[in-house]
Design a protein around this ligand. Structure first.
Ligand code: ACO
Length: 430
């Protein structure tokens, strides 16, 4: 793969480290022999300079603000493709032919229902449980309900588990919502497209006729597409780490969803909308910007900043445009939250604190406004992110299992605790 080498010299040792040149992105030093040959570890909390795997799925150029899936830019996919086609692309590496797409769609459609006994599993949760708590539980429980697709050494079972997860996530998420508001579960309708089916399961009730608005379905599909994958982020790395032990696919994806829930990751869209509401009016923005800049105040501008993007998140641009379209369609004029969002973005970008630290709006900055306008409560924002990201998690899981170099993930540490000491019985402690 390479004949270039970096030379590392320390104490009386000199080590040669192979340098790899990826298709895109910075060169990578291979340090796998560092401990064996140099008796040292590297120290990189938060993995800011560490490549943990080789991947061909997604590439982000944080400086340019570019996101590519299998080489295709996200703005082209968001404009001209649709979620299930992007799922195919992420899973299998190429855009499908018409026949491949039809076959894939029919496989997904055949798996949208949940095992009927899962209803009782839902009923075990308190009504006021956060939908993410239910979703993490239900995803993990799939290992018990679909035990016939948990053998990771069997490619056919891996494929069935993948299709099951993509197909059932809308049902799992919609039912978590229905349960939390005390409405009956709505079964999937396989005549509807993926996004319309999800909206129907969330918003229809047996007593009323409900027709999915195609423009809202398109906006929903675009939200799914924009969140489909994002290379080695925290939840995806969690899935890979869980999978490295040989855990079953449903357990791995449940672990990813649990990680996604945190406010620094997938929980940011909920936190962002709550922050915009708390700001409330344009005249209070300077006060919140001052708080975000204050080192002694833990407050951060939610929906701002990103570990990788040091420029506009390309997904935020599409999301902003989508927010305008959806509010326009729904006749929501002068939406105060959108006004606060637009003005906050303008003021933050003009402020040297944010520009010097390269803090720009991320995908979560506008997604909450669209979801709220569609009728979703804030508690559903992260579940919708989890639904969308499931395909990314599965694609990365597949890739890892197919990689002959993969081994159990086991980071090392810089130990700064007590040195060896002997146990003292309780009656002899001072
Ligand atoms: N508001 C104010 N200051 C910020 C913000 C923010 N949103 N984000 C980062 N900073 C500042 C930090 O205080 C730090 O300042 P310092 O260098 O003076 O100490 C500097 O910028 C770098 O911040 P880090 O936390 O070191 O950057 P990191 O890459 O670890 O964090 C993160 C990235 C977690 C996304 C961070 O920007 C953040 O907390 N943002 C708000 C939450 C959010 O929107 N998360 C969504 C991420 S996108 C996603 O998951 C889909």
């Amino acid at each position: 793969m390479t004949d270039r080498k970096a030379t590392l010299t320390f104490d009386d040792k000199t080590l040669e480290l192979p340098i790899y040149s990826p298709t895109l992105g910075p060169d990578v030093l291979d340090i796998r022999k560092l401990y064996a040959e140099g008796d040292v570890f590297t120290h990189d909390p938060g993995f800011t300079s560490t490549s943990a795997c080789e991947s061909t799925i997604t590439f982000i150029d944080g400086e340019k603000g570019e996101l590519l899936h299998r080489g295709y830019p996200i703005d082209q996919l968001a404009a001209d493709s649709h979620y299930l086609e992007v799922c195919y692309l992420l899973l299998y590496g190429e855009l499908p032919t018409r026949a491949q797409m039809e076959d894939f769609e029919s496989r997904v459609i055949r798996h949208t229902m949940l095992h009927d006994q899962m209803v009782y599993f839902y009923r075990g949760f308190r009504r006021d449980a956060h939908p993410m708590a239910i979703i993490v539980g239900v995803m993990g429980a799939m290992s018990a309900f679909y035990h016939d697709s948990t053998d990771i050494t069997d490619p056919w079972q891996r494929e069935v588990a993948s299709i099951r997860l993509i197909a059932k996530m809308p049902t799992i998420v919609a039912w978590a919502y229905k349960y939390s508001i005390g409405q009956p579960f709505v079964y999937p309708n396989n005549k509807l497209d993926y996004a319309s089916n999800f909206l129907n399961m969330c918003f229809s009730v047996p007593a009323e006729e409900y027709k999915v608005n195609p423009i809202l379905a398109r906006a929903m599909d675009r939200i799914f597409t924009l969140h489909a994958d994002h290379e080695q982020n925290a939840s995806t790395s969690t899935v890979r780490l869980a999978s490295s032990s040989g855990a079953n696919p449903f357990a791995c994806i449940a672990a990813g969803a649990a990680c996604l829930w945190g406010p620094a990751h997938g929980g940011a869209n909920q936190a962002c909308l709550e922050m915009l509401r708390e700001i409330g009016s344009v005249d209070r923005i300077p006060e919140f910007i001052a708080r975000a800049k204050d080192k002694n105040d833990p407050f951060r501008l939610m929906g701002f900043g990103h570990r990788v993007y040091k420029n506009f998140d390309p997904r935020a641009k599409v999301m902003k445009q989508s927010a305008d379209e959806v509010l326009d369609l729904l006749g929501i004029e002068d939406n105060p939250t959108l006004q606060v969002a637009k003005e906050l973005e303008a003021q933050a970008i003009a402020d040297p604190y944010f520009s010097e630290k390269k803090l720009f709006p991320n995908v979560d900055f506008y997604s909450g406004i669209i979801l709220e306008a569609m009728g979703f409560p804030t508690s559903m924002f992260t579940p919708i992110f989890a639904l969308s990201r499931t395909v990314g998690w599965i694609s990365q899981w597949h890739e890892q299992l197919s990689d002959p170099a993969h081994k159990i993930g086991r980071p090392r540490q810089l130990y700064t605790g007590a040195p060896h000491r002997d146990y003292v019985p309780v009656d002899q402690r001072g």
